[in-house]
Design a binder for this molecule. Sequence first.
Ligand code: FAD
Length: 316
Amino acid sequence: MRVIDHIIHSKHTAFSFEILPPLKGNSIQKVYNVIDKLREFDPKYINITSHHSEYIYKTLSDGSYQRVNIRKRPGSVAIASAIQNKYGITAVPHIICKGFTKEETEYALIDLNFLGVYDLLLLRGDVKTLDVTKETNLYHEYATELQKQVNNFNKGIAIDGSTFEANETPFSYGMACYPEKHEEAPNMESDIYYAKMKQENGADYLVTQMFFDNEKYYLFVDRCRNAGITVPIIPGIKPIVFKNQLNVLPKVFRSDIPEVLANELRKCSNDDDAKTVGVEWCIEQCRELIAHGVPSLHFYSFMATDSVYKVAKNIY
Ligand code: FAD
């Protein structure tokens, strides 16, 4: 069943979460452990993040440095297929502009089709540590360009313009949006303009960046609706698990921490205290969102499986 069908037909607010592929060299068992723990809440779909390669400096035996390009978390496509086969839960691999070249993206789409994985989340990907991709024509610049490639693939048009028989089951997909504005967008209107473009070009739904203040989400949804965006806007939720996230999350994700929550976190003497505060806040946040009638709650569960479990236990 497709994500959009789960969202539309789910009797209760759908539960879903996101996992990261294990660090290169680690077993997939780590992924299964997360799923085994959260399965009891009947996840309707599971997202698998995707990560571009990064430059690191390796120290050589003569003391000099070598700049090498490595992918720390490979395997999103294979993990998606493994999850779907093992658990029978819809898997949603993230496809990012800066993770694969356009050609590699095409090969990934071919693999996914063979594997029977038809739901995707299309994203640009974080580009903070990248430089080369900007200088080449090998990669898409924006998620909307990647979206065009997937749409063309669905029609049987390859990246080089050649044609093939379109697959029986086309890919469907969601895309990202930002209740507190994407950091590079000059203003909210511009960001919403591109969010609407994502809908017009075929995105079934949008998933938000994490937020901790529901009012920001409600306001954003209102602005989107006024601008003509009608697709479901799924709240992305993260329980705070470390005290230092008080400063890290606003810096990395541009998500404000409301003063009431910030104040509680400041009072915490360690991460265990912060986890308790994070879970309590998240439970209240989710209860309110459910009462508000949100279609689905999507949890960012990286390093937060236990907290997501406690939250889900209280709200499902
Ligand atoms: P885009 O939609 O391309 O937007 C980027 C910026 O460009 C925005 O400011 C937008 O307003 C503007 N813009 C959009 N389209 C155009 C256009 N056609 N012309 C000009 N400007 C345009 N990152 C990862 O690396 N891996 C992941 O797995 C991952 N998963 C994520 C999941 C979710 C739900 C979210 C919300 C984010 C995720 N990210 C992930 C982070 C995301 O890739 C970054 O936030 C990235 O900076 C923007 O991605 P995007 O798809 O929104 O990009």
